[in-house]
Write a protein that binds this ligand. Structure first.
Ligand code: F6R
Length: 277
């Protein structure tokens, strides 16, 4: 894993947006895996700015969201479809027909919705970059603790702590879904590159368990340790409990020194000289 620790949440958002910009710039037909929640909102706002001010086009980009609630109409303001339209899609030139969420209602056949979602990912050539936030309980997508580390897209019943965390998006007395369809951990691990972002002290324990803890279904995000290319961007608060925090910072300083050595001609360098993931 490449663990980058920056001063604040705004820098996390900027760096995340820059990684997406680079990908879309070099691969206009990029396939993005997208997340909802508070963490990526500022990064999406930066992408809208980059589109408007610097002309980055998303016309040929496809987006697959990690999850969607069951029991809400897709035009409900709390659905993840509405969230994505509001936070990103309405502000860029992506074709809405190229955006996919694992949306299904109680009347639908869950298994066929899930396999169609996965088949569409495959038909697009797989996900180039998967964006992830992390739950306080270590979930990624809605893969709650003890989810199978090789799970595929399916319906999950949310844990009470997840429902409490997300109750801030619902008015009192309003129906709040307790189930969602989510990409599985196995599905997520098939992405070419995974970008996990976390901010705030309340995520510090989950971040530590994900990066340094044992590989365990009790912390679904720890499955990322199995992936060959994961970038983690953290603010200082969410990095607070990392035992090796200083080492990660040191590695990044050394990588910068190497880059400087190459740019001043001290060494020739090559594409694989900086820290491997
Ligand atoms: C969202 C998702 C979740 C969130 C996680 C963190 O699509 O799949 O795993 O990333 O719950 O949420 P926030 O960012 O609101 O703290």
């Amino acid at each position: 894993m490449k663990v980058l620790i920056v001063e604040n949440a705004d820098l996390v958002a900027q760096m995340g947006a820059e990684i997406i910009r680079e990908l879309v710039d070099s691969k206009p037909k990029a396939v993005l895996g997208l997340a909802t929640g508070s963490t990526p909102i500022a990064m999406y706002a930066y992408l809208v700015q980059i589109h408007k001010l610097r002309g980055l086009s998303f016309k040929e980009v496809s987006g697959f969201n990690l999850d969607e609630y069951i029991g809400l109409e897709s035009d409900s303001p709390q659905s993840y479809r509405s969230f994505m339209n509001r936070s990103l899609f309405d502000g860029i030139d992506i074709g809405l027909n190229n955006t996919y969420l694992p949306s299904c209602g109680y009347e639908d056949d869950f298994n066929s919705v899930a396999s169609e979602f996965e088949n569409t990912i495959r038909a697009k050539g797989g996900i180039d970059l998967q964006i992830l936030g992390i739950g306080r309980n270590g979930h990624i997508g809605f893969n709650e603790p003890i989810s199978s580390l090789s799970s595929r897209t399916r319906v999950k019943t949310l844990r009470q702590d997840t429902i409490e965390d997300n109750s801030r998006f619902f008015d009192e007395g309003e129906f709040q879904p307790f189930q969602a369809m989510t990409m599985g951990i196995g599905t997520i691990l098939e992405a070419e590159h995974i970008l996990l972002m976390a901010t705030g002290l309340e995520k510090a324990k989950a971040v530590r368990d994900a990066i340094e803890g044992p590989l365990s279904a009790m912390c679904p995000a720890s499955a990322l340790q199995l992936h060959k290319k994961v970038t983690v961007i953290l603010d200082e608060a969410s990095a607070q409990e990392l035992e090796n925090k200083n080492y990660y910072k040191w590695v990044n300083e050394k990588n910068k020194e190497l880059e400087a050595m190459v740019s001043t001609g001290h060494t020739r360098g090559n594409s694989c000289m900086s820290e491997q993931l």
